[in-house]
Design a binder for this molecule. Sequence first.
Ligand code: GDP
Ligand code: CA
Length: 310
Amino acid sequence: MKIIALAGGVGGAKLAHGLAQIILPENLTIIVNTGDDFEHLGLSISPDLDTVCYTLAGLENPLTGWGRLDESWQVFDNVAMLGGPDWFRLGDRDLGTHLERTRRLRNGDSLSQITNDFCKAWGVGHSILPMTDDSLHTIVNTEGQGELSFQEYFVHQGCEPTVTGFRFEGAENALPAPGVIEAIANADAVVFCPSNPWVSIDPILAVAGIKSACKSKPIIAVSPIIGGKALKGPAAKMYLELGIQPSVLAIAEHYQEILSGLVFDQIDAETEPAIKALGLKTFVTDTIMQDAKGRYRLAKDVLDFVNIIF
Ligand code: GDP
Ligand code: CA
């Protein structure tokens, strides 16, 4: 069975890693959000792509949830000491990735080519594709401050501003990266990882052609909301600020138009009839991925669910 996984950063990377423990490289393609990408200190940063690649390579930093294992901070300590911007920290090892990516982008190589080469160097066999090689920037509309770039909202202001909406700048001109549409067309099912729907999955679906390609396949999502809360990050806060009660039902309704089934946590088991009433198949399990075993377990559940219902 061929599977496509759509992923943002942390939540996406964890399930993608679980799936990669089970599915052969030729049968799994992970399509990653690049709406968070930005330039910092002259370097091209792709936070979600790096999180997914580092996680599959076993190089991720479990303490921060981003960046690399065994990291040191000498370069950034010096930047800060010199009065440079230090609100977005990059570790010494991680900086090597950004330096080399930036050099190659300036040479005219595409983000997808570069990612493919980096994955080879890191020993990652599964295909990890950026959603697009073009620029698409997530813009967060806020109360009081108007439009903020994603990293200004997310990191610099620590998700404090009240959100009123989102816009994906460049979406009208962004093409899917080479291989994205083909991989979806050849897949048996699409899995939306438990990533932030607003700022991780929606930007991927905003790239022309990706949503319609997915629509022709069974799509199952894993809820990032557990017991009305996000395990990490602003997903629940965003739903509340947009006037929607954060819940498994909200996730189901978010994707309802294109979704076939939803995997959600046992803590939310009483929601099952409401999800079924939307016409969705359901799978209730422990969806918290504490460690590599937990990732494997949830990935196995997701694949069993795909097998049972399709
Ligand atoms: P980001 O790009 O790093 O913000 O990460 P994602 O968008 O991929 O993931 C963020 C979401 O992952 C949050 O809404 C979390 O609730 C969710 N998440 C993180 N860990 C887990 C987990 O173990 N299980 C589930 N179901 N969701 C998780
Ligand atoms: Ca992200």
